[in-house]
Every structure is written in structure tokens, then in C-alpha cells.
Write a protein of this length. Structure first.
Length: 659
């Protein structure tokens, strides 16, 4: 269930008194439901919904929810605990009823008062969570519960129906009765809304129905599959089956985005307006003889040096009061305070570029790790972060000054290959940001390892990172103390080092120098490989030798593949052999191409005392359609086979002493 926050709109007529509606009644289970141990339409499911019902009514100001769940495995017992987040300011959870039914028909009603826990609280805001746990739940149990959410009579709350979730649903029913007087509905600022619209993502044969006599919208859905649970999926927020209702001032989505985009653009320009103070600051940062690129880089470094409160800590109202600081109302305030949020810093940069005479626009993008933009869903909430589009030497480039430590001309991966709403000479337009080329996201892993006769190893590992990987660690270092960063880097090493080898992170180089590659240095120790008689068997691929490559074990794929960003990983491993050992066999050189998508290349270089193994893995894509999965899997299977090659050392025979 979703938390009901920020979705309410006011209605200007007085609410009439109504009796509470009759809630969905508990149902007697069928013999089939009691005895079932699996669902053929959801193989391997830990639980399924036998029935779900959501009733939303803006005439009586309530939402009710009813569920019947069949527990099929031990994991499915997790659904016995129900969490209902809500805003304590305008909402009340009432009429909670629940029971557990065992396969023999025995009923155990909920006889403990639910807990009303405070999740977040401030002077003007409080989020609570109502929690209850059904009793005596075991594999085979049916969980049945219902509850009602009441909200203030002066509010109307258009619903979001989450038709598809993490579990298979045999049957579901949804209904919504909108406000009696839709034409009188206003938003929080008193602006008339007056129209009811909805957006939907539903299977081809399912649709929302309207009964004109009762003015009620309904939806009946049978056999709704669970949201796929596959590795490297795009976010499902706008891809899952759902219906979203809106009280709106507009007739359709095109009108909504036209008016909303125009309003957004005006707000961007207002915040990034010129000021005397900013003009003076820009004149001190750049020289008239600087090229456009030099000007843009100097200004970029200047705003990047400010305190970005999205990565550090935003000052409290008390702190701002004691320091005589007022909330930033424009870019000039951000520069004066030497701090601001990511968006405020981005708009400060926009203002400075314009003052410097560089043609620039604001853009707002969807965070690709959170949502896939869908224009049919009429909500600015799909957009997250502000970018700046600057035309330098006749070429427009996207800049990400709000992403702390993001190099000039490079985007945080969450802002790449995603939807953008942007300013342009023609007004506000939709576009997409470019992807990150693999040459911009190179990770170099260098290991220097000394092997003892007993197979124990010691050495160092140096990992150099550029692009998204470097940015990730720089952000972690801002948000965590040194001990926590060390712990996290050691966990990262644990995932890439061979079994039996431990890493101990020492330090970073160029941690705050975002112009340079970031390097992490660690010491390694432990035991490597297998010793049998006179031979030692070592992994031919040192890094990731025990890692599970994606896609190898999955025969089929339902969803697109989203691997975040393109990348290149270059490994260079030097083994120093123990005295008296020679190389019996080394992994053969290999080239595994996947034209236009990816490639793997490996080489071995052997001399008397060392073996140098190199591996270059290039993945030139970040997203693929499900139809391309067979070729993707075939490539990764070949890579997995190549990575299993071994380096075999042999102990040289000892010559007999002469008599």
C-alpha cells in the first residue's frame, strides 16, 4: 500500500453527514482454498492473493482495503505482518479486523490491539505506521484482514490503484466514487480543478468502467501475475499495472504538460535571475579572454566547491536563525550562503553561465534508478533533478553541477539515458539525455601477488575508477565516516576476490579531486587455489573468479535489461611464483566478441618467475530489450566459460646429489 501524503485536494462545499459504509465481509474459504499447496499460474510463489478489494469514496471520505492471502511457503509467512503508513495530520486508520484460517478450517481472530507507531515527526508533519501481525500463521494458512482509512471531510483524495504487486492475485476488485461536485474541487492554492481524469497501465483485455447512474468507476481483474523478479530490471513504478486518478484543471495530458512545463520554466528562470552580486562574482571568476569552455569550467568548479546540502546536511531552522541565514529564494542567495541543495546549485550555475554570455537552459530529469517517465501519468513527481544544458563552441552539452564531484561534462548515471523536460528556443520540450560511453566508465583492477609454496598469498590491489564507479565511492565518503567507508570497501573486495583471499582497504587517492581518477588501495592475504601433489591450481581470472555472472542461469527473460551504464573493466594481475615452481599451463588467449554490444579479451604472459594475466571486458550497452536476451545470455555463458580457465604451477624435480 502507498502512504497517503500530499495527494489531497480541497472541496469548497460543506460535507454532509453520512453513515459509515458497510465494509467487505470476511468470506468462508472453499475446500480448494484450504487444501491448496501451490498455484499453477504462479509456479514457485511463496504466497498468493486469493482476493483483493479496494474501495475509494470521495463522497464519504474513506478508503477501505480487504485482502485474503494464501501462504504457500515459509517465506510467505512474512505477509502475516501488515504495515499501513499514513499521515496522522489528516487521516485515521479504523475498523481493523483480521483472522488466520488453518487448512483444517480452524479460525484464529486477531485479538491484539494494532500498534500505531510514529515514523517521522516535525512541528507541522507526522507520519505514523499502523502495524498488526496475524496470529498462529503457518504454511497453508489463509490470512484475511480489512481496514479503513478515513480522511477529513474538507479533503478529496483521488486514488492510485496498484493493480500489480509482488504477488500473484487470483481476483481483485477496485471502485472509486469521486466528489459529488467535481467542478468545485480546488487545489491547495484555491485554483479550480474541476475535471476528473485517470491514467492506466493495464493488460489488453482489462479496462476501467464507469457506471453513469452511480458515478462509480470500477475495475475487475483476474489472474494478475506478480511483478517479475529478475536481475537488472528497470524501475517498475510506471511499468506495472496500475490506475491513477486526478482531479485536474486540464482536459488531457498534452494540455497538462504544456501548462505545467510553462510554469516550471518560469520558476527556473526566476530562481536563476541575474543580480548585481552574481555579476560581480562571475567577473571575478572568469576573464574576458577566456574561451567559452574555460569560462564554463571555471564557473563549474566554483559552484562544485559549495556545500551541497543534499550530500552533507541541511542546516536546521534554528541554525539558520542563529547565523542570520534565510532560506534561499534565488541563485544570489545560494552564492551568498555558499551552500544549497543540488537543484539550487544547478540553477546558480545556470545563472552564472547566462551572465557569462553562454547560451544555457534548465532541464529536469527523471532519476533512472527510481522511475521510467511516462507522459500519460500526469505528475511532475516523475522528475527529480535539475541539469544545465550549455551551448559551448556551438555544441550543446549536458552538465550535472548538482551531483557533487561529478566531472565537467559527465552525468551521474541516474541522469543518463533518461527522460528530460527542458527549456529551448521554442519553449518547453521533452527529450532524453545521452548515455555514458564505456570509455568514460573505466575501472582498472591491478593486483601484484606473491605466492608461497603452500599456496598462501600476499600482495596489494589497486583499483582505479572513472565515471559512475568513482562518483559512487566519492558520494559514500561524503555521507559516511572513514570506518564505515572502509567497511563498505572491504565488502566490495569480498565480492571480487577469490575464495580464501581477504582484502584490507588502506586508503583512497584523489578522493576529492573529481578531475582525476579515484584509486582505492588495499592489502590482500590468504590462501589461493588448490594444491595436489606437486601441482598448484590457481584461478586464471583472479578478480570475480568466484562471482556469479548475471544471466547465465536464467533461460528466459520477461523484462528489459537495465545494467545502469556502459563500462570497461581492465584487469592486470601479476603472480610471483614460489621458488622451484614453473608454469605447466596457462589460460589460453581468448577473444569473445558480441558485435556492437560487448567484448572480452584475455592474455597470458609467462616468464621464469612471474605470470601476468590480463583481461579486458567491455560492455558497450546499458539497456537491452527482452527480445535481445538470448544473444545476451549466450555471450555471458561464453564469458563464464573463459573465466573458469586455470593457471597450473608445477614443482620442479630436485636433482639427486652426487656421491
Amino acid at each position: 500500500m502507498k502512504i497517503r501524503l500530499g495527494l489531497a485536494v480541497a472541496v469548497v462545499f460543506a460535507a454532509f453527514a453520512h453513515s459509515l459504509p458497510v465494509l467487505a465481509q470476511f468470506q468462508a474459504p472453499t475446500q480448494e482454498e484450504l487444501q491448496m499447496t501451490s498455484e499453477p499460474k504462479a509456479p514457485g510463489a511463496s504466497a498468493i492473493y486469493l482476493y483483493r478489494e479496494e474501495v475509494d469514496d470521495d463522497t464519504l471520505h474513506f478508503e477501505s482495503y480487504y485482502a485474503r492471502i494464501k501462504v504457500l511457503t515459509e517465506k510467505g509467512k512474512e505477509l502475516a505482518t501488515v504495515n499501513i503508513p499514513y499521515s496522522r495530520r489528516n487521516y485515521t486508520i479504523t475498523d481493523i479486523k483480521a483472522r488466520t484460517i488453518h487448512p483444517d478450517g480452524t479460525i484464529y481472530p486477531l485479538d491484539v490491539k494494532p500498534s500505531d507507531l510514529v515514523e517521522e515527526k516535525s512541528k507541522d508533519f507526522q507520519v505514523n505506521k499502523m502495524v498488526f501481525t496475524l496470529p498462529n500463521v503457518g504454511v497453508g494458512s489463509i490470512l484475511e484482514y480489512r481496514w479503513q482509512l478515513r480522511y477529513d471531510d474538507q479533503w478529496d483524495v483521488p486514488p492510485d490503484w496498484d493493480v500489480q504487486g509482488p504477488y500473484f492475485v487470483r481476483k481483485s476488485h477496485y471502485s472509486f466514487k469521486p466528489s459529488r461536485d467535481i467542478e468545485s474541487v480546488t487545489d491547495g492554492n484555491g485554483n479550480a480543478l474541476g475535471k476528473l481524469l485517470y491514467s492506466s497501465m493495464l493488460p489488453p483485455n482489462e479496462q476501467v468502467n464507469l457506471d453513469k447512474l452511480s458515478r462509480k468507476y470500477t475495475l475487475e481483474v483476474a489472474d494478475m501475475p506478480a511483478i517479475p523478479n529478475e536481475d537488472y530490471m528497470p524501475p517498475m513504478n510506471t511499468l506495472k499495472a496500475q490506475v491513477i486518478f486526478y482531479y485536474s484543471a486540464y482536459f488531457n495530458k498534452d494540455e497538462y504538460w504544456q501548462h505545467t512545463g510553462s510554469k516550471w520554466s518560469k520558476e527556473m528562470n526566476a530562481f536563476a535571475d541575474e543580480s548585481k552580486g552574481l555579476k560581480q562574482a562571475v567577473s571575478q571568476l572568469i576573464a574576458p579572454t577566456d574561451s567559452e569552455e574555460v569560462k564554463a569550467r571555471k564557473l563549474y568548479d566554483a559552484v562544485m566547491a559549495l556545500d551541497n546540502t543534499d550530500f552533507t546536511r541541511e542546516k536546521s531552522k534554528a541554525e539558520m536563525k542563529s547565523e542570520h541565514i534565510k532560506p534561499a529564494k534565488d541563485a544570489d542567495d545560494v552564492w551568498t550562503h555558499k551552500s544549497g541543495s543540488s537543484d539550487e546549485i544547478a540553477l546558480l550555475y545556470l545563472a552564472m553561465l547566462r551572465i557569462a554570455g553562454i547560451k544555457s537552459y534548465a532541464a529536469v530529469v527523471s532519476n533512472r534508478n527510481r522511475v521510467v517517465f511516462n507522459s500519460y501519468f500526469m505528475s511532475m513527481g516523475q522528475f527529480d533533478d535539475v541539469l544545465v544544458l550549455a551551448t559551448i563552441d556551438g555544441k550543446e552539452i549536458a552538465l550535472d553541477p548538482g551531483a557533487k564531484f561529478s566531472p565537467f561534462g559527465e552525468l551521474d548515471w541516474r541522469h543518463a539515458m533518461t527522460a528530460a523536460m527542458r527549456q529551448s528556443d521554442k519553449g518547453v520540450e521533452f527529450s532524453n539525455t545521452a548515455g555514458i560511453p564505456y570509455k568514460q566508465a573505466v575501472t582498472s583492477r591491478i593486483a601484484d601477488i606473491t605466492i608461497a609454496k603452500d599456496g598462501s598469498v600476499a600482495g596489494t590491489v589497486r583499483i582505479s575508477m572513472a565515471g559512475p564507479a568513482a562518483l559512487q565511492w566519492r558520494h559514500r565518503a561524503i555521507r559516511n565516516d572513514e570506518d564505515e567507508v572502509k567497511k563498505q570497501f572491504n565488502e566490495y573486495l569480498k565480492g571480487i576476490l577469490p575464495d580464501g583471499v581477504q582484502g584490507d582497504f588502506d586508503h583512497f587517492l584523489a578522493l576529492e579531486d573529481y578531475h582525476s581518477q579515484l584509486m582505492g588501495i588495499a592489502k590482500i592475504s590468504g590462501s589461493l587455489g588448490t594444491t595436489t601433489g606437486k601441482r598448484v591450481f590457481l584461478p586464471g581470472e583472479f578478480f570475480d573468479s568466484h562471482a556469479k555472472l548475471p544471466f547465465v542461469a536464467e533461460e528466459k527473460r520477461e523484462m528489459p535489461v537495465d545494467m545502469q551504464y556502459s563500462e570497461a573493466v581492465v584487469d592486470d594481475v601479476t603472480y610471483h611464483l614460489p621458488d622451484g615452481f614453473t608454469v605447466e599451463s596457462a589460460p589460453p588467449d581468448a577473444k569473445i566478441p558480441w558485435a556492437s554490444y560487448a567484448a572480452l579479451g584475455t592474455k597470458s604472459k609467462v616468464d621464469k618467475s612471474t605470470v601476468v594475466l590480463t583481461r579486458t571486458f567491455i560492455r558497450g550497452f546499458s539497456m537491452l530489450a527482452a527480445k535481445d536476451y538470448p544473444a545476451l545470455r549466450d555471450f555471458y555463458q561464453k564469458v563464464a566459460a573463459a573465466d573458469q580457465q586455470q593457471l597450473v604451477l608445477e614443482q620442479a624435480a630436485v636433482a639427486s646429489a652426487k656421491n
